[in-house]
Write a protein that binds this ligand. Sequence first.
Ligand code: ADE
Length: 233
Amino acid sequence: MRFDIVTIFPDYFAPLQLSLVGKAIQNGLISVGVHDLRDWTHDRHRTVDDTPYGGGAGMVMKPEPWGEAIDALVDPADPPILIVPTPSGEVFRQSVADELAASRRPLLFACGRYEGIDARVMAHARTRLEVRELSLGDYVLNGGEVAVLAMMEAVVRLLDGVIGNPQSLTEESHAADHDGLLEYPVFTKPLSWRGLEVPEILLSGHHANIAAWRREQARQITLHRRPELLPGS
Ligand code: ADE
């Protein structure tokens, strides 16, 4: 699967070389291009922003470099989904990560900074591409870079061959086939640590009782932390 990222901070993406995503690149499961938006400017100062029409605080990213960057990176024979991280986007949930991974389509991420990208960039892109404006959640970051790192990791780990034991994908919080509950608590050795014991039921070897205990723990945790996720709420 192909990923391209356009940003004014290419160095932000050094961590993609680490861990599971880094391995996926090395194994050829994915390929990633990181591009500096300023490469598509033509003035001496490599300007990417300007003051907003209508007034207001902050600066807006100019449409011309974005238009040229997208033109350069779109292969019309295999058009990408253009993903624009923004706090005003639809919320990026596990279901969105599932969809993007299943589509196997190339993903082109456009990292905005300042007050955002001139809206005509997305309007024009929609005439020829699928465009998704996505938010990580109800808080404001300084730009799309951190959001792209999070979204890419969520998508890449779903691709075949990236995670050693695919069973671990279905047992976790927010997994599509995990009945909508948050994950139960987990424990490993030692049995006793700083006066805290591993719950005895987990040592019983009784799989049905362990499964029932985990389901109840998951329900309690969900009830306290995210009651809106419980069925019927
Ligand atoms: N850019 C700034 N804030 C963001 C957020 N919450 N999600 C995605 N992109 C963003």
